[in-house]
Ligand binder design. Structure first.
Ligand code: ADP
Ligand code: MG
Length: 256
């Protein structure tokens, strides 16, 4: 027992060594991200070998921060940590209501965020199992999601399509439409926030991320969300010189 505790302490010291905390604070989010409960969750994940250390922030978003980490076996992982204080609870409630997978009747913010993270994990899993190229989900606990790191072997994260224009936009678009179709027909999900911000370009291939607001196709707002996704994709690819009509994409996605 004693050795187990001291092993955990050791892991924590490593995980959050001064240098690493500093890299987090450099992005001026340290105290916000690492509240006491989040630290406890990180400790538990560290103790189970999912994260051995956090080394560097990849992104500081509106509701979540994404960090690069290493697991017990020295593989890179992406660690998405939702901030309970700045999350959009109205939105979370709106998307979670009407999803039969969740019975969250709560106004408790922390509980809502936990349900939201669980939703992102389950959506990723469904998408992954349906053959959509998304980061492989590893574990979700409380407000923390650990997933496959998309990037090169040196730990440089893949750029988003917003940051990096692909040289093969036609092929990328074809793949994205195919993934939207798989998502709809096999995973029975609609992404709901699809655009060049949530598509990474990795080895000239698209990887779809950030699927937390995804809803199942039976959800009352799924059509509205699909429509929005299609519109965004058309707009983003038009900028890259590739034109496609709304009907063409939509029928490919939903027609049997
Ligand atoms: N699995 C991953 N591998 C590498 N980078 C990632 C991964 N997931 C997210 N990122 C990076 O973090 C950013 C934010 O992640 P995202 O899930 O889109 O959260 P947000 O809700 O802040 O938009 C992405 O634009 C991307 O640059
Ligand atoms: Mg995003």
């Amino acid at each position: 027992m004693v050795s187990k505790i001291s092993k955990t302490d050791d892991k924590l010291r490593r995980l959050l060594s001064e240098k690493r905390i500093k890299s987090v604070e450099d992005n001026r989010v340290g105290s916000e991200v690492f509240d006491k409960k989040t630290l406890e969750t990180l400790y538990k994940l560290a103790n189970s070998g999912y994260i051995d250390l956090l080394n560097g922030a990849i992104s500081t978003g509106k509701e979540a921060n994404v960090f690069k980490g290493l697991d017990d076996e020295n593989h890179f992982v992406a660690v998405k940590i939702y901030r309970v204080t700045t999350s959009d609870f109205k939105k979370m409630q709106y998307y979670i209501q009407g999803d039969p997978r969740f019975h969250v009747r709560t106004t408790n913010k922390r509980q809502l965020v936990h349900a939201w993270v669980n939703k992102e994990f389950r959506n990723l899993k469904r998408a992954y199992e349906a053959g959509v190229r998304v980061p492989k989900p590893i574990v979700a606990k409380n407000n923390i999601l650990v997933m496959e790191f998309i990037g090169d072997n040196d730990g440089n994260p893949a750029p988003t399509m917003k940051q990096f224009y692909p040289s093969n936009p036609e092929e990328i678009l074809k793949k994205i439409i195919y993934y939207m179709e798989l998502l709809y027909k096999k995973a029975k999900l609609v992404h709901g926030d699809l655009s060049s911000f949530n598509i990474l370009i990795h080895r000239q291939e698209p990887v779809i991320i950030d699927i937390s607001q995804g809803v199942i196709t039976d959800h009352p707002i799924s059509n509205e969300l699909l429509n929005r996704d299609v519109t965004n994709i058309i707009k983003d690819f038009k900028k890259l010189g590739v034109s496609i009509s709304k009907d063409e994409i939509t029928s490919k996605i939903i027609d049997s």
